[in-house]
Design a binder for this molecule. Structure first.
Ligand SMILES: [Zn+2]
Length: 227
């Protein structure tokens, strides 16, 4: 299974915290960036699904499945963390530490999962395949979490939950999105909602001073009404 990787045709602009497309010299838009990220996550999930199918069909052993899953888990969370920070070189001690903690947590879930499979508590069929696939999808929550830390570190103090168009959304995701801008860290994180690892929502960030224009507009309207 090839490791999950961020395409190398993008260069990180640390000041603006955006990628530049090397071929066009243009800034990668938030939409494009989400598609690149989702592609990495979906590719990883597809590889884990394949591994599980191989095991179910007898083409791979239990050990091959378990070891392959561990490698794929490490790979997807590493790739998505690097993607959030603009590359491995931009990751300091704190960033690498957060990634390490995420991988350790995922390894714990995976060990538990493997024990359940060994004990015959998980059907070696569709249930195992579906659960294996989710370990890849979980890379999205890691990406969102790392972006959140990056933006907070950059001084942003507000966040907003964005519903990915064309994705399935759970009620939690609709509720969080309907709140609009809120203090950073106050919304339910991506991956901790009803849809868990299936979530494809994103968090957007801004500094509250950027909201002053909108606020001033409202005040003017109120003044006009009073007059
Ligand atoms: Zn969602």
């Amino acid at each position: 299974m090839p490791p999950a990787q961020v395409p190398d045709k993008y260069t990180w602009d640390a000041l603006r915290r955006v990628y530049i497309n090397d071929a066009t010299g243009k800034v990668v838009t938030p939409w494009q960036q989400r598609q690149i990220g989702l592609r990495i996550v979906n590719k990883s999930a597809a590889a884990m699904k394949q591994l599980a199918e191989d095991y179910v069909e007898g083409a791979a052993s239990f050990e091959e499945w378990a070891v392959g899953m561990r490698e794929a888990v490490k790979s997807v969370h590493s790739a998505m963390s690097q993607f959030a920070y603009g590359g491995k070189a931009q990751m300091g001690v704190a960033e690498r530490g957060r990634l390490g903690a995420t991988i350790r947590d995922q390894y714990k879930y995976l060990s538990q999962f493997a024990l359940e499979v060994e004990a015959g508590r998980v059907e070696v069929g569709d249930a195992l395949i579906a659960r294996s696939e989710m370990y890849g999808k979980a890379g999205w929550a890691t990406y969102q979490d790392q972006v959140g830390h990056r933006e907070k570190h950059a001084g942003m103090d507000e966040e907003r939950s964005f519903l990915e168009p064309d994705a399935d959304h759970c009620q939690d995701c609709f509720d969080e999105a309907s709140i609009g801008w809120a203090p950073i860290g106050s919304l339910v994180p991506i991956g901790s909602r009803q849809c868990v690892a299936r979530c494809q929502c994103s968090m957007e960030y801004r500094h509250s001073s950027e909201a002053e224009d909108a606020g001033a507009g409202e005040a003017e309207d109120a003044g006009a009404e009073a007059a």
